[in-house]
Design a protein around this ligand. Structure first.
Ligand code: ADP
Ligand code: MG
Length: 239
């Protein structure tokens, strides 16, 4: 299955989840500008787990922010499921973000008063719907998939850091996104818990057929990635 992007006329494979082209992001103003992204292109297929590694300040978070529509690039395009995020008006971009993109952050950013299952159901509200019985079943299945079936009624304060990170992953998958954008998911965890989270992300990527873009500064977390890209000074280093 393929389709033609209205924005660029490009033929896009049905299996391409994310296609970023020639991204530039210049931050600051006057003579104080920083080129956070300097002509970055990247394509991620369904089921592919791409890791971006690079030192602090190399542009990793900027890449995620632009790919997730949280920041507009100075130039270049980001296609998600064939739709060019950068050409959408703010409202449509917000809608696309809440339905097609799952974010997993460094800290799980959960709502402290909500149980694990309600964190997931909240994502349905964010997407503009009221949760149905089917949504509740999906939330339960997702929590079971991250090993938390027995803990679905616990609030963040009643779960460990690694468990909360698992809730965060299940939550990111709730609206069946095209892509998962993951920023330093292991930095708050010890090595073994961190390795478990990255393994889990790799498995969930395949199982849910999403394209995953994970950035990390920890090179020990790269073993399970389908592809590793090295970022330096806002560019991918040739490998
Ligand atoms: P990383 O996630 O790899 O540490 P970032 O994407 O956060 O890198 O930052 C890339 C570059 O952009 C750095 O030089 C950083 O100082 C700069 N930068 C990030 N955010 C801003 C901002 N809001 N204003 C100005 N410069 C920024
Ligand atoms: Mg960062």
């Amino acid at each position: 299955m393929s389709q033609v992007s209205k924005a660029t006329g490009d033929i896009i494979s049905g299996a391409t989840r994310l296609s970023a082209k020639n991204l530039r992001l210049v931050l600051g103003d006057g003579d104080q500008t920083v080129t956070a992204l300097n002509d970055v292109s990247l394509s991620i297929a369904a089921g592919e787990f791409v890791a971006v590694v690079g030192p602090s300040g190399s542009g990793k978070s900027s890449l995620l922010a632009v790919c997730g529509g949280l920041r507009s690039p100075t130039s270049g395009s980001v296609l998600i499921g064939g739709v060019d995020l950068t050409s959408l008006p703010e409202r449509a971009r917000t809608q696309l973000r809440s339905t097609k993109i799952g974010f997993v952050f460094q800290q799980s950013n959960l709502v402290s008063s909500l149980s694990a299952i309600d964190q997931l159901l909240l994502m349905v509200h964010v997407a503009g719907r009221s949760p149905t019985v089917a949504d509740r079943d999906r939330a339960r299945a997702l929590l079971a998939g991250v090993g938390l079936d027995a803990r679905r009624d616990r609030r963040p304060g009643q779960l460990s850091g690694g468990e909360n990170q698992r809730v965060g992953i299940a939550r990111a998958l709730m609206n069946a996104p095209e892509i998962l954008l993951v920023d330093e998911p292991t930095s708050m965890l010890d090595h073994n818990r961190g390795a478990e989270i990255v393994d889990l992300l790799a498995r969930q990527t395949k199982e849910h057929s999403v394209g995953t873009l994970m950035v990390t500064h920890d090179p020990t977390m790269l073993g399970v990635a389908s592809r590793v890209l090295q970022m330096d000074d806002g560019k991918f280093r040739a490998t």
